[in-house]
Design a protein around this ligand. Structure first.
Ligand code: NOJ
Length: 744
């Protein structure tokens, strides 16, 4: 009988009748447990510690974690990896008076042991099924390894590539970001919470963390209500609508109020207007950090502010543990405030099935079967290939022929294993690294003995040492084609990895210059967790693949694309600046009263006198080995009411030599409105596969939802007026246009 796991002998009978009655709702079950809890036990449920195994924040010390767990003073742990470790902590929780199981959280950001491309790379696939599958597999592996809660997806819109965490999100666009938020939540949580292979999603960071001033991590956010509602909140809402079980608040302040103590965000919007019934966890130490913000005097006030504002669980600051009881005693907060938070957490523990079996995620056999399982690895390879963006391909240099005689593979990222994983992974070096396919190995796997492969490192990622250039040049001269793999280090982007200089580091572009001087064709692979600036490469290399960080199967996926077994189809989810001086830069900006339209005229217009206004690569940009022609744009009518729909039809023809996939993008521009509207906004897209020579006609529907916006009073409205409709292959490559009118 499962109940015996959490009910002491003394309380067994009363709880039994309450909880075992199958027909009772979760909420009744939660109430019956709550009823038995002391104030200290309740506060324990709100307390989350990190395991000492790995740290994902500033170190904290707790010598008596075990005894606190046995005393019912801890509700959750993060960073406990593997069934053995999880089981041992859970066993301690089962020694507590009420035997309330622990939640085990982990940053399962892009795969667990089978690592997928970093989220920004996956976003470049514009493939919702692939993204959902990646999250599904991550959940399958993590849940088999004891984890029941992932701190993902990060749905922060990001317009500043200096911010290292752009790697963890879906880029700059609200519409694309919202679809991806939904796909990821659905993937993580599976059919429903309670499934053995489902983990709770945690949507983060609520809110506006992506708008940190200057792209500096943890920095302040100064944001208008318009921008908050229009740009930054919709992906959170989409994740919530997809059933996200939990939210994480954020380190930053929003307009002077730390998000963690922000009742407007957490109570008015999230738990009020949006009716969120799950719970909110703080970010690591963010409750206590409100003292540093200068928002509260001490930890006591921090706890008061956070609990009032709707932060339910305290990750690692110990403010709740040390102060909530006193706050109740001092009559600063009613117990009902704590009860509400506890109930939200208990509800999730029930939904996960932990009260029925606290060890249900601790089956070692299942763990062995799930981790790095062949089907997962296969999917990781396919998704990685879908995430690679072809930026340039002069004279159809790519794809390479598999019978190329001699290939020189050069660069500091050719042979490393772990680099391919990017930031956020749960790799145990030496154990899990055996499952990573290096770029070198991927090339070997692809061409086998049919080509001679030559290798030279050439240089390091950072530093100015050019001693390796000579060897690299020598092998380049012997080769028919050179592939150069350069970029950032994997931990140059990620949390606390903001950079003011986002050029390709070190002497890597100097190496490219020397290799190009040999006269050999050079294909450049750029590995990075963010949009980098690489104008020399962009202007001189004949072919460029932006490979981001692709995960365990990086080598195989890169080889698949290099040799045309996969035709690249990814599109940039963020604008790539020409210079860091343009940042923040994003495609869906306003027109301004003095728009600049070209780089030759700086007279009293919105431009730079010393820099182009155009990015290097636009949002939505990405090439294919084949070409697509857009034709026959037709709309079913040119006037509609808010109750109508317009059908948009457009024909795409594959005019090139390869079968391929194209992301057909639909942008709208509301020409005149009561508040100014962006010059274009992505409102729909379709990713379609077309065989060489074939055509496909695809349809989009324009409805009121796509035409609505927040008016001056921040009411969601449609206003009659003229709209421009654009169909493009990127935000800057609009192929067809038409107009229609929204009438009363
Ligand atoms: C801090 C990060 O901001 C957050 O995203 C992460 O989930 C936690 N640390 C836990 O590692």
């Amino acid at each position: 009988m499962p109940l015996k796991f959490f009910i002491s002998a003394f309380l067994f009978c009363s709880i039994f009748f309450t909880v075992s009655a199958q027909q009772k709702t979760w909420s009744n079950k939660v109430d019956s447990v709550l009823h038995l809890m002391t104030l200290e036990e309740k506060i324990g449920q709100l307390n989350q510690y990190t395991d000492d195994l790995t740290l994902t924040g500033p170190a904290t010390v707790d010598n008596d974690k075990a005894s606190q767990i046995k005393n019912g003073q801890v509700g959750s742990l993060l960073n406990s990896l593997g069934t053995t470790r999880v089981r041992s902590w859970q066993t301690m929780a089962m020694q507590s008076r009420l035997k309330i199981p622990l939640l085990f959280g982990q940053d399962v950001i892009h795969g667990y042991k089978t690592t997928f491309p970093i989220p920004l790379a996956e976003a470049a696939s514009w493939d919702m099924d692939a993204i959902e599958l990646s999250a599904r597999i991550a959940a399958t592996e993590a849940s088999a390894s004891g984890i029941n809660w992932t701190f993902a997806p990060m749905v922060d819109i990001a317009r500043d590539p200096r911010w290292g965490r752009v790697m963890e999100g879906a880029g700059e666009d609200t519409y694309l970001g919202s679809l991806i938020a939904k796909a990821r939540v659905t993937g993580f949580q599976g059919k429903k919470l309670g499934g053995l292979d489902a983990v709770m999603a945690c949507v983060k960071h609520f809110a506006a963390y992506g708008a940190a001033v200057g792209g500096r991590d943890y920095n302040s956010v100064d944001m208008s209500e318009r921008q908050l509602w229009e740009v930054y909140l919709p992906p959170f809402k989409a994740a919530l609508d997809a059933g996200a079980a939990t939210f994480m608040n954020s380190f930053n302040d929003v307009n002077g109020i730390p998000a963690t103590g922000n009742a407007y965000l957490q109570r008015t919007i999230l738990k009020g207007k949006w009716n969120f019934t799950g719970f909110v966890v703080s970010d690591w130490g963010s409750i206590g950090e409100m003292v540093n913000h200068g928002y509260v005097k001490n930890d006591y006030e921090a706890a008061l502010s956070a609990i009032r504002a709707g932060s339910d669980m305290d990750m690692e600051s110990r403010s709740y543990k040390n102060n909530l009881a006193k706050l109740v005693k001092d009559n600063k907060i009613p117990v009902s405030l704590i009860d509400d938070a506890v109930k939200r957490i208990l509800l999730k523990k029930f939904e996960l099935g932990l009260f029925d079996d606290p060890f249900r995620f601790c089956n070692t056999t299942r763990e062995q079967q799930a981790l790095n399982n062949a089907a997962h690895v296969k999917a990781a390879r396919a998704i990685a290939a879908k995430s690679i963006v072809l930026l340039k391909n002069e004279n159809h240099l790519l794809p390479l022929s598999k019978s190329t005689k001699t290939i020189a593979f050069i660069g500091p990222l050719v042979k490393p294993l772990l680099q391919n994983k990017g930031f956020w992974d749960v790799t145990i070096p030496g154990v899990d690294s055996n499952f990573i396919v290096s770029q070198w190995k991927g090339l070997q796997n692809k061409v086998g003995a049919s080509s001679t492969l030559l290798y030279a490192k050439g240089c390091d990622i950072e530093g100015d040492n050019k001693a390796g250039f000579a060897e690299a040049i020598a092998i380049a001269k012997q080769a028919d084609v050179v592939i150069l793999s350069i970029g950032e280090k994997r931990d140059m982007s990620g949390e606390a990895k903001s950079r003011s200089n986002i050029n390709i580091p070190g002497v890597q572009e100097d190496l490219l210059k020397e290799l190009l001087a040999t006269g050999k064709p050079v294909v450049v692979l750029i590995n990075a967790g963010r949009p980098l600036v690489f104008n020399y490469t962009a202007d001189h290399a004949p072919a460029i693949l932006y490979t981001w960080w692709l995960g365990s199967e990086a080598g195989n996926a890169i080889a698949d694309v290099l040799f045309g077994d996969v035709n690249p189809s990814a599109k940039l989810p963020m604008t790539f600046p020409l210079s860091v001086g343009q940042v923040p830069i994003y495609y869906n900006h306003f027109n301004t009263g003095r728009p600049a339209t070209n780089d030759n005229n700086h007279i009293y217009n919105s431009s730079y006198t010393d820099l182009s206004i155009f990015p290097k690569y636009a949002f939505g940009y990405g090439l294919s080995y084949t070409d697509f022609k857009y034709s026959d744009l037709k709309i079913s009518k040119n006037k509609m009411t808010a109750k109508d729909q317009i059908d948009v039809a457009v024909t795409i023809t594959n005019t090139g030599k390869y079968d391929g996939e194209e992301v057909v993008q639909l942008y709208l521009h509301n020409k005149v409105a009561s508040v100014v509207r962006p010059i274009k906004e992505l409102k729909d897209f379709q990713k379609i596969q077309i065989a060489t020579g074939a055509s496909k006609t695809i349809h989009f529907q324009i409805n009121a939802q796509k035409l609505s916006f927040y008016n001056q009073q921040l009411a969601w409205v449609t206003e009659p007026g003229d709209f421009e409709l654009m169909i493009g292959s990127s935000s800057a490559d609009i192929r067809l246009k038409t107009e229609f009118e929204l009438v009363k």
